[in-house]
Design a protein around this ligand. Structure first.
Ligand SMILES: [Ca+2]
Length: 380
């Protein structure tokens, strides 16, 4: 067993400022003097994914949309645009512009309901990265506050839903779970909560779906893909995750106890006590056995009941071999992230998290531990 180190992690928001753009027309050259700021919105859970290097969406930057399709056509042969959705380009014919190249998508709604555009995709990995950039306006003003939502579907499954923020170009970059390898990728722009006093323009660009850059053998390590029907149910299962029969449940932040996680909306809640088996496990496949690998998880000793002392221990094993064991410390406040390096002996088998309170009379001790953010990946 290798030495274990504990690190803490925080959610970051990075901001980049783009340089002024040069617009060229046939008669003259103008340089836009105002600076446009684009902001990257990071996922509030797990590790912020990098945009995929192998996007599956075609023409996600719209740069190769033929000029003849601008402002009028409902398809370029790749994208299919619904009513009030058009291909746009920077320049004299457009009141709007993109900071990502030259072409983009513009939707305008004045009480028309939900606007839509789509593209047929094939070979979408189950765990994918969805990236898209947007900006929105009440002509000619950048919209402040959130009056519109974007919903993203693939093969009929909801991949993502979020409220637009602004002003300026914003980028959303999230891990999503594809419903199927093949199917239509559909974007819906919903500004219906905004009374039609203004025409709301939503611009879109840089739309990508692609495989995770470093796929982890642990599927859904942040529990964000746990279906609603599996929440708050002891002994539930979700995809490859399995929970032991008693006192272990998938939770989300709507729980009445007020528990939450910095790694998305969902997590696991374990009530560990003496004399029980409190397990969270997943059967892994495709684990690299040729080199040391990093196993990471985050936990929170959220509540404890019992006598003074800390008899409860957290233990992690892979295919029956203990990788780590540590005593939960009552003075540890909030979420802790633990990182262990080990060389897996087997390419497939069960990864298991176990909470136990040893050497105590039954029911002498219980503690509530939250678990989230489980990841296996290369040693950094
Ligand atoms: Ca989570």
């Amino acid at each position: 067993m290798s030495e274990a180190t504990t690190t803490s992690e925080s959610t970051t928001t990075s901001e980049t400022t783009t340089t002024p753009e040069t617009t060229t027309t046939s008669s003259e050259t103008t340089t836009t003097t105002s600076q446009t700021t684009s902001t990257t919105t990071t996922f509030t859970g797990f590790q912020t994914p990098e945009p995929s290097a192998n996007p599956i969406v075609i023409r996600g930057d719209f740069e190769k949309v033929p000029d003849s399709k601008l402002y009028s056509e409902q398809t370029d042969g790749i994208w299919t645009l619904g009513p009030e959705v058009y291909f746009y380009a920077n320049g004299p014919y457009s009141a709007f512009s993109t900071v990502y190249g030259d072409k983009f998508l513009c939707t305008s709604s004045f009480g028309q309901g939900i606007l839509e555009f789509s593209q047929a995709l094939t070979n979408v990995p189950t765990e994918s990265i969805l990236t898209l950039s947007y900006a929105y306006y009440y002509l000619p003003y950048p919209a402040q506050g959130s009056f519109c939502s974007i919903l993203v579907f693939h093969a009929g499954y909801l991949l993502d839903i979020f409220d637009l923020e602004g002003p300026g170009w914003m980028t959303r970059n999230v891990k999503v779970r594809a419903g199927s390898a093949n199917g239509n990728l559909v974007f819906q722009i919903d500004c219906t909560s905004q009374a039609p006093r203004f025409t709301t323009y939503v611009l879109l660009d840089q739309i990508y779906i692609g495989p995770l850059p470093n796929p982890s053998p642990v599927f859904d390590g942040s529990f964000e893909f746990v279906p609603q029907s599996s929440l708050y149910s002891e002994g539930a299962s979700s995809d490859n995750w399995a929970l032991s029969a008693y006192y272990v449940s998938f939770y989300d932040e709507s729980n009445v106890e007020g528990f939450s996680s910095p790694y998305g909306d969902k997590f696991v809640r374990i009530t560990g006590g003496s004399g029980g088996e409190f397990l969270v496990s997943q059967n892994l496949i495709s684990v690299d056995t040729t080199q040391p690998t990093t196993l990471q998880w985050s936990y929170n000793l959220a509540q404890q009941f019992g006598s003074i002392g800390t008899p409860c221990t957290f233990s992690v094993s892979y295919v029956g071999t203990e990788i780590d064991r540590y005593r939960l410390q009552l003075d540890e406040a909030g979420w802790q992230t633990r990182v262990v390096t080990f060389t897996p002996a087997f390419s497939s088998g069960t990864l298991q998290f176990y909470l136990g309170c040893y050497g105590e009379a039954p029911n002498a001790w219980t503690m509530i531990v939250l678990l989230d953010n489980i990841y296996i990946g290369p040693v950094q």
